[in-house]
Design a protein around this ligand. Structure first.
Ligand code: ZN
Length: 282
C-alpha cells in the first residue's frame, strides 16, 4: 500500500519538526522487524541497505523484499541505498527499484565529490529517485576523535555542495561516527545550527547508535530530519539470536530463534522512533 519517496517523508518531517528513522537491515527478519516497528508506532520509516551488506543480501533481492514489505505495510516505507560507494552500484540499485540512494563521495576532494554526486543526481531525478550526498566525512568511531574532528562538515562548503549537486538531503559530520563510540560523542550543535541556516535541504545524522537521547532530540530541534541507526539495533538482533540459540537443543535450530531476535530488534527500533518524534505521524 505504501511505498514512499524518501523526499516526501523528509519534507513532512521538516514541516512537523521531527525526524524519520532509517534503520540498517540485511535480511528478511531485520527488514520485517523495522517495518513491524513502524506499523506498531504508526510511524513512517526508511529501510537502509548498506552498500557492503548487499554482497550478502543481494541488490535485486533487497529491492524486491523492501518494496514488497512496503506495499503490504500500513505506513509509508522508503527503500534506500546507504553509502553507495560506486557509480555502478548506485545505478544498479536504481534499476532494481530503490526509491532513494546515497552516493558517498565524502573521501574525495570537494570537486570530485561534486562531479560524481551531480552525475548521479541527474540520472536519479529522471526516474523519481531521490539522492543523499555527504560532505565532510562521517568516519568510524574506531578511527579516533582527532580524525573525526578533522573531517567535520564546514557550513559554507555544505551550502556550496548542495547548490552544485542538487542533492535532496545531506549527511553531515558534526562529531558523529559509525560503530561503537569509545567515549561519549560530543556533537557540535553550533556547527549544526550554522549548516541548517545555510542549507535548505533536510539534514541527515549518521552513526546515531550511542548518542545520548537528549543529544538526539537536540539535533532534531536543530534541523536533523533523518537519523540512521545500524550498530545498536543490528547488534541487538545478533545478540538475541546467539542467546536464543544457546538455550535451544533439538534437531531443528533457528526458526523460533530468528523470530525471537526479530521481536527484540523491533522493540529497539520502536524506542528510537519515540525519541525521533515520528511515532504517530503515519
Ligand atoms: Zn552512515
Amino acid at each position: 500500500m505504501s511505498l514512499a519517496n524518501q523526499s516526501d517523508l523528509l519534507r513532512e518531517a521538516q514541516a512537523g519538526g521531527y525526524a524519520v528513522g532509517a534503520f540498517n537491515v540485511f535480511n528478511l527478519e531485520t527488514a520485517q522487524a523495522v517495518v513491524a516497528a513502524a506499523e506498531a508506532e504508526h510511524s513512517p520509516v526508511i529501510l537502509l541497505m548498506y552498500d557492503s551488506h548487499l554482497d550478502h543480501f543481494g541488490v535485486e533481492e533487497s529491492a524486491a523484499l523492501g518494496r514488497m514489505l512496503a506495499e503490504k505495510a500500513q505506513v509509508p516505507v522508503a527503500v534506500h541505498l546507504d553509502h553507495g560507494a560506486s557509480f555502478a552500484r548506485v545505478v544498479r540499485c536504481i534499476r532494481a527499484g530503490y526509491t532513494s540512494v546515497m552516493y558517498d563521495g565524502s573521501r574525495l576532494p570537494f570537486d570530485e565529490n561534486v562531479a560524481a554526486t551531480r552525475r548521479i543526481v541527474e540520472i536519479a531525478h529522471h526516474v523519481d529517485v531521490s539522492v543523499e550526498g555527504e560532505i565532510g566525512h562521517v568516519g568510524r568511531a574506531a578511527e579516533g576523535e582527532e580524525r573525526i574532528e578533522e573531517w567535520l562538515t564546514r557550513p559554507r562548503e555544505a551550502a556550496d555542495f548542495v547548490e552544485a549537486t542538487g542533492v535532496d538531503c545531506l549527511a553531515v559530520a558534526i562529531g558523529n561516527a559509525h560503530g561503537f563510540y569509545r567515549e561519549e560523542p560530543k556533537l557540535d550543535f553550533a556547527r549544526l545550527e550554522a549548516i541548517n541556516r545555510l542549507v535548505d535541504v533536510p539534514l541527515v545524522l549518521h552513526g546515531s547508535s550511542g548518542i545520548p537521547e537528549a543529544d538526539l532530540r537536540r539535533a532534531i530541534e536543530l534541523g536533523i530530519r533523518k537519523v540512521n541507526v545500524g550498530t545498536e539495533t543490528l547488534t541487538a538482533f545478533g545478540a538475541a539470536l546467539r542467546d536464543s540459540l544457546a538455550q535451544t537443543s533439538g534437531p531443528i535450530r533457528g526458526l523460533g530463534q530468528l523470530s525471537d531476535a526479530r521481536a527484540v530488534m523491533q522493540g529497539r527500533v520502536q524506542s528510537y522512533m519515540q525519541i525521533f518524534g515520528s511515532s504517530g505521524k503515519a
